[in-house]
Design a protein around this ligand. Structure first.
Ligand code: F6R
Length: 359
């Protein structure tokens, strides 16, 4: 039930801190150890490469998963769009392990790939919000998102839950493989910090509403830019804005702007820069200066430790691998308010269905 909320999308954005806390109870025992079945861990450890296959927002959660599995578990990981992978399969490694990310567990594009990898005899895991969904039943293993029903067509809490579950799994795999980065990573504590940081952002929704009104309400187009893990967030943030507000929005790797796209920047074009990655922050800052010089209206979404006076949205600091869980929240809110201010049906954008059961 929506309760006091005007739309499910805002309710589901607001629920994200609670979903993080729920995952911190579902996936840990009383001693703080991660609860994931040993057979699943063994199956992944016996493989030489993880292939993440997904569509839309779930694909974007996979892009962040790629960082997590490679950095925490040191397992080579590829991420693929299911509607492409199924018909043009790349050369696979000798012992692939497939992870299907799907909120609904019913996406036909992803299922057709699972049917093929099952025929090839490869082990698989479905990470889904829906127990007993088709992809859950047909994969070797399932991990649940525990996000509660997601009703709004635009995925919000399932996206952050997918990243959190990937982080828990990557931590566990890395720990078992003796990887330093995983041993030092207290995921239980870090998820608690993420929940608090998300809450801070949710509590600032009225400032974000004003930024939407000022920068996005009447624009024809918009850009999100970022590098590294912030580029992953930029693409998801762009999808959120375009699907609910119909503003043509693209997410770009900041460094790519000058290779062509910067030609689109005019007086008043909104450019939203995400800056949470320490290594690339200075580079993205200089890209921000380049677009300002061409007249862009810039909104910066920046981790506190990297922030300057003049940044519009400042995020509480969390572990560097988990910043996408926090930086996406203001972007979800910008999308929500832009859609609402334009008078659209926020929860049911035109031409879209919650569960896409055709290829
Ligand atoms: C966007 C959105 C879609 C879904 C995609 C995959 O907000 O919700 O892009 O992410 O259709 O759906 P699932 O995760 O159910 O496989």
């Amino acid at each position: 039930e929506k309760g006091a909320y005007e739309h499910y999308m805002l309710k589901e954005i607001d629920e994200q801190p609670a979903v993080m806390r729920k995952l911190a109870t579902e996936y840990f025992d009383e001693n703080g150890n991660i609860k994931i079945e040993a057979d699943l861990l063994k199956a992944i450890e016996a493989s030489d490469r993880i292939y993440i296959v997904a569509a839309g927002t779930s694909y974007h959660a996979g892009l962040v998963g790629h960082e997590l599995f490679e950095k925490l578990a040191k397992i080579p990981t590829e991420v693929h769009v299911s509607s492409e992978f199924g018909y043009n399969m790349p050369l696979l490694s000798e012992k692939p392990f497939f992870i299907y990310l799907t909120q609904s567990g019913e996406t036909a594009d992803s299922r057709q790939v699972l049917v093929q990898t099952n025929e090839m005899g490869y082990p698989s895991l479905t990470i889904t919000n829906v127990p007993n969904s088709t992809l859950s039943r047909e994969a070797s293993y399932t991990l649940l998102l525990h996000a509660g029903p997601e009703i709004a067509v635009a995925s919000t809490k399932a996206y952050t839950a997918q990243i959190a579950v990937e982080a828990i799994l990557a931590k566990k795999l890395g720990e078992e493989r003796g990887i330093e980065a995983a041993k030092d990573f207290d995921i239980h504590l870090e998820l608690a910090k993420v929940a608090n940081a998300m809450q801070t952002m949710v509590d600032e929704k009225h400032e974000i509403e004003e930024l939407a009104e000022k920068n996005l309400k009447t624009t024809r187009n918009a850009f999100y830019i970022g590098r590294s893990i912030d580029y992953d967030t930029a693409i998801e943030a762009a999808l959120k804005l375009k699907e609910v507000s119909y503003v043509q929005t693209e997410g770009f790797a900041s460094g790519e702007l000058k290779h062509g796209t910067i030609a689109l920047i005019e007086e008043g074009t909104p450019v939203i820069a995400i800056i949470t990655d320490e290594k690339t922050a200075a580079h993205t800052r200089s890209n921000v200066q380049e677009v300002i010089a061409r007249g862009a209206n810039v909104i910066t979404i920046v981790s506190r430790s990297l922030s300057n006076a003049g940044d519009q949205i400042v995020l509480p600091d969390v572990h560097p691998l988990l910043t996408p869980l926090v930086s996406i929240v203001p972007a979800q809110l910008l999308a929500y308010y832009t859609s609402k201010q334009r008078g659209y049906d926020v929860d049911k954008p035109r031409n879209l269905a919650k569960s896409v059961t055709v290829e």
